[in-house]
Design a protein around this ligand. Sequence first.
Ligand SMILES: Cc1cc2nc3c(=O)[nH]c(=O)nc-3n(C[C@H](O)[C@H](O)[C@H](O)COP(=O)(O)OP(=O)(O)OC[C@H]3O[C@@H](n4cnc5c(N)ncnc54)[C@H](O)[C@@H]3O)c2cc1C
Length: 639
Amino acid sequence: MGATDARITTEEESREVAEDAREKEWVGRTCVREMFLGNLPLPLMYPFPLEQAERPEFTQFYNALKNFLRNEVDSKVIDETGEYPEHVVNGLRKLGAFGMKIPKDYEGLGFTVSEYTKVMEMVGSYDGNITALLSAHQSIGVPQPLKLFGTPELKKKYLPRCAKGAISAFALTEPHVGSDPASLSTVAEREGDYFILNGEKLWCTNGTLAELLVVMARDPKTKKISAFVVETDWPGVKVEHRCRFMGLKALGNGVISFKDVKVPVTNVIGEEGKGLKIALITLNTGRLTLPAACAGIGKTCIETVRGWCTERVQWGVPIWKHEALSHRIADMAATTFAMDSVSKLASQMADRGGYDIRLEAAAAKEWNTVRAWELIDQTLQIRGGRGYETERSLIERGEAGIPIERLMRDCRINLIFEGSSEVMHLFMAREAVDKHLQVAGSIIDPKAGMSQKMAAMPKILGFYATWYPPLWLKGIAGRFSYGEWGKLASHMRFVERSCRKLARESFHGMAVYQAKMERKQAFLFRCVDVVMELFTMVATMSHARTLKEKGKPNAEEALQLADLHCRNARRKVEQSFKALWSNDDNNKNKVAASVMKGEQEWLQAGIMGLGLTQEQFRTHAITGNNSRQEEPKRAVAAG
Ligand SMILES: Cc1cc2nc3c(=O)[nH]c(=O)nc-3n(C[C@H](O)[C@H](O)[C@H](O)COP(=O)(O)OP(=O)(O)OC[C@H]3O[C@@H](n4cnc5c(N)ncnc54)[C@H](O)[C@@H]3O)c2cc1C
């Protein structure tokens, strides 16, 4: 097999690879998993971990970075030129921004996760390109997996370099490998003290700037995937192409090829063959960057909308007084408070230790990235034509350069990288049914024989006899509980009831669909949507109540926002529950199949058309056996 040959895998193989990479054990407390099981683990989320007094060295860095961004970083120019100016990258190096999460023992700043995400919220509110540069380096690049899994020698060799500003990147994706790593075809073959690396990686953020890469490659003999630290100046490493995107124009993102690259065996990160697991565990905390950056974006939207709607008068009144806009503004504020609460709570859980935050981080990533996209869309609409106009154009005609157009372009990718929205749903859905699979997996396993199924029965009956009835009975006593939550009490009771209902419904789903459940994405994704809303409700209520109890200024306003967020979330939860059993899923499956069979091709009449053959939709590598695809000739659409 050539290094860059496509390894097309079956669905079963893909699932096996994902299962193999999955952390089977729960190594700490977890809120979202408990919610899936019908419990509300309130003590894990309340009191809300309010920010402690800042450490002076953190404040110094934070203020210095803020001044640097304000004075030295012209985001408009970075966006227009599509490059990071040298003085910006060097300035970030000098400040130590590439070593925020690296321990002091290795010459980094040694920030906690909460300190790091506080910085990334600020950066995210200002410049998407800088956010991506810093985040790709320390959320998924070399420092984080080394910190977690590296040998002392590897840490000593690379962490101080990273802290000083040797930029790093993470290389998993390949032309044929996106969300599903099973078909990974970059190979690492053992030869004595080295692995010989061959293959090609796509869309490696920072790859065109990086000195160091984390590369995922497969041992062709064992088929196992390992993670390697690779230095970009080693012979055989080449940037083949710089990729350009809708937004994040300066991203140093590229296609990188590896031709007989000699990687010392000592550069394997963690255990050989555990590369995907290492990547997933790295992402558990790595994923907390985007929620924070998105909370920063939400706050920028509120600032923009407030300033603009006060000033802009149409039809005789400031535009916020038109109800259509005022309701949106209210929802935007409530949502932003929820994003802030979710991001801070998940970061604090990571810092406190003793939590297994894989689901909380995934929920925070998914919920906040989608909300940020919606908030920018709302802000653009409220800005009217000016929302669609570029910063430069606004400035040139004498208006303020409010960058909503740029923010929107930069923000869209957040729903795709570091786990697309669909993959985040799948990731959480897997855990939603995990307990049922553990207990009753053999019943729904088509490969299990009758004797195996019968043997599993006592365990299954034993579990469900004690687990299921309380999911109905507990609600009877709870009508007046949570009085101490004041006007939020009814929301808290709703969350508690809904956790039980979610557990019942997912169990009913398993009972009805059995082995087919894994293909019932619509059902599973609705369960995930419910749990995410419930999680955000608790985060938001806990935040507001703790602010009140600690006598913080603005506590009343926070309670108002929490109340509105919960009202909105409850409607979404109710809708999702209803749609579990009353929906058009079968209809949609039939129509989708009809579209894909070409039966609805008549609908495409009247367009120019892409003029592509089916073959031209295929993905291709630049190097190796998969030659580059010719620029397709445009042709008039058939039909
Ligand atoms: C700007 C940018 C920066 C990036 N940076 C990096 C980087 O630094 N390192 C790196 O390794 N990669 C990087 N990536 C790759 C990124 O992580 C992938 O784009 C992402 O994982 C999705 O893969 P894909 O684009 O190939 O989509 P595909 O996996 O082909 O998916 C296409 C669509 O199908 C959906 N889908 C796929 N499988 C399922 C399923 N089982 N159920 C339901 N829906 C499904 C997806 O959600 C998506 O909507 C970057 C990409 C971009 C565009």
